[in-house]
Design a protein around this ligand. Sequence first.
Ligand SMILES: [Zn+2]
Length: 223
Amino acid sequence: MTTVYEGSLWSIQSFVSGFQNNAYLLTCRRTGSSVVIDTPDQPAELIRAAARTSVQGVLITHNHLDHLQGFNDVMSNAQAPVGIGAADASAISGKLHGTLDVSHGNLLSFGDITLRCIATPGHTPGSTCFMLPSEQPGATPHVFTGDTLFPGGPGKSGSPQAFRQLVASIETDLLTLPEITVVLPGHGTSTTVKESRAEFDLFSRSQRRDDLYGDVTWTGDNR
Ligand SMILES: [Zn+2]
C-alpha cells in the first residue's frame, strides 16, 4: 500500500511493511533525487520505487530493529550515504557508502529538497526527526517523526527519565513547528502539529504520576 503526498517540488510515498512500519521515499520532482526514511523488514516495494529515483541518502529515525530489518537489502540496492543520530549509530554496521550529519539543526539537501534535522531524544537517545518545510508560501510542511510522536501520544519510553526527555523534545522542537505541519510517524496514520498540540494541552493540564513512562497516551488516565 502506497500513500502519496504531493508537493510542488517533491512527492512523498509511504510503504507499510515489517512490524506495521512506515518507510518513506521523498523524491525531488525536478532532479529525481530521493531520500529513503527508515528501512523496515520486507522492503521490496520500497526498493522497487526507490530504483526509479536517484537515491542520495538513507535516513534512519532511530535504532530500533523494526526500522532497520530491511537496511542491508535497501543498502545493497542504493549506493547512498546513511544518516542516523550519533547516539544510535552503533546499530548500523557493515560497509557504508558514507555518512550524513544529522545533528540538531543540520540541513540536508537532495535536489530541490532541503530537510532540517531535529534531535528528539527520549524514545531512544539518538532519535531524530526530519522536517520538510513548505516549499512555497501556503504549502504544507511535513515532519517525519519516527517513533517520537504519533496521533494521540508520544512513542514508548523506557523509564520515567526517558519519558520526561521525550516530552521535552516534543514540546520544544515538534509542537513549535507550524500548526499545519503534517506529522508522518514510523507506524500507523498521520496527524498534524495542530491536532497534537490540542491533545498535548489536555495532557499538560491533567493530573499524572511523577514516574509515568511506557505506552502513554496524551488523553489517557495517567494518574
Ligand atoms: Zn522504536
